[in-house]
Design a protein around this ligand. Structure first.
Ligand SMILES: *Cc1c(COP(=O)(O)O)cnc(C)c1O
Length: 361
């Protein structure tokens, strides 16, 4: 019997596997596998979402006027140059559908965020990956892949899962060296955690011309991953395209209410960033001292390199036996590495003690 056939490129993509959250037989699981904020959602966001639920028989404002105004105010941006999405994944996929497609090439770095490859292949693009140096995107290697078919370049800065940051001068050089009609997408999902003083999440390059987009998310420092909300800042012509291709109601009214409340919490960002900076350094120091190779990170996670795949798998299993779930990143072509999210102080201590015990046999 013949059956409906999906487009062939769909089968070139393996389904995305998210961080696990359960361990059989373990009651209290410490989940450090998805780079979520450690403190739950901002309390004001919970209240706002509950209040918005009383009106959920109404469609949301598809243009997200209030949320865009709040974002514009918080980050000093023109609200007309913002589009919101059902997570930033939504916007990344819409950009690829709009500017990529069959016959086009998309460039990313070897250990870049997996969604670019998944969404790129689904759209029919050829996805080309540039080798990295020291687990950091190598701008010259990315530029070497540019061909007449190149339409888009994606870079997460800082990158997930490596945590590494490309210096601002190099990001600027990438933009200057790319043909102007190639769209550069800077994914700044971890912008709020970066401590380097010269860092710009992409705003300056968006302002400088018509060919760069910055994407951001509420899933990390704002603690709203389950609500699904991302946004992008882009030149007017790209905003116009996104407003044509996005779902008319791609953000729920409840998510928008929660996000506006989260932005209104004066201390949330600052406190979350300060905690992350402190605990990230403390955890990195303890693990380094124990002999584990820690990749320097500007995100809310650390990539740990156990040098051999067997050793990484053994560490992962040891952590699981102690109720701690982290992320084995073999699918990122990093078979000797685990990615661990910065949790609460208590969670970081427990992770450090458990890994130290593992190392000491
Ligand atoms: C977590 C993450 C995102 C956020 O995705 P959402 O769809 O907004 O939850 C985007 N890019 C990178 C690199 C990430 O790690």
């Amino acid at each position: 019997m013949s059956t409906p056939k999906a487009r062939s490129e769909i089968f070139s993509v393996a389904p995305y596997v998210g961080g696990e959250s359960k361990l059989p037989g373990v009651n209290r699981v410490i989940k450090l596998s998805s780079n979520e904020g450690p403190f739950g959602p901002p309390p004001a966001a919970i209240t706002a979402m509950q209040e918005a639920a009383a009106n959920m028989h109404r469609y949301p404002d598809g243009g997200m006027a209030l949320l865009r105004a709040a974002l514009g105010k918080k980050f000093g941006l023109d609200a007309a140059q913002i589009v919101c999405g059902n997570g930033s994944d939504d916007l990344l996929a819409l950009l690829i559908q709009s500017y990529g497609g069959p016959g086009t090439e998309l460039i990313m770095s070897a250990h870049g965020f997996s969604i670019y490859e998944i969404a790129g292949k689904l759209a029919g693009c050829v996805v080309r990956k540039a080798p990295e140096k020291n687990l950091t995107a190598d701008i010259d290697a990315m530029l070497a892949l540019v061909s007449p078919a190149t339409r888009m370049v994606f870079i997460a800065n800082p990158n997930n899962p490596t945590g590494t940051l490309v210096p601002q001068t190099e990001i600027n050089r990438l933009r200057e060296s790319l043909p102007p009609d190639v769209l550069l997408v800077i994914d700044a999902a971890y912008a709020e955690y970066v401590t380097r003083p010269d860092y710009d999440p992409g705003i300056a390059l968006v302002n400088a011309g018509g060919n760069t987009v910055m994407t951001r998310t509420f899933s990390k420092i704002f603690g709203l991953g389950g609500a699904r909300l991302g946004w992008c800042y882009a030149p007017p012509a790209i905003i116009d395209v996104l407003n044509r291709v996005r779902g008319p109601f791609n953000v729920s009214a409840m998510a928008a209410a929660a996000a506006i409340a989260a932005l209104g919490d004066e201390h949330w960002l600052q406190d979350g960033a300060a905690h992350n900076t402190r605990e990230r350094a403390r955890l990195a120091d303890r693990l380094t001292e124990a002999g584990i190779k820690v990749i320097p990170s500007e995100g809310n996670f650390l990539l740990l390199d156990f040098l051999e795949a067997d050793r990484a798998i053994a560490a992962d299993q040891y952590l699981r036996r102690h109720g701690i779930i982290v992320r084995y990143v073999k699918s990122y072509n990093l078979p000797s590495c685990l990615r661990v999210t910065i949790g609460t102080t208590e969670e970081c201590d427990l992770l450090a003690e458990t890994l130290i015990a593992f190392v000491n046999g």
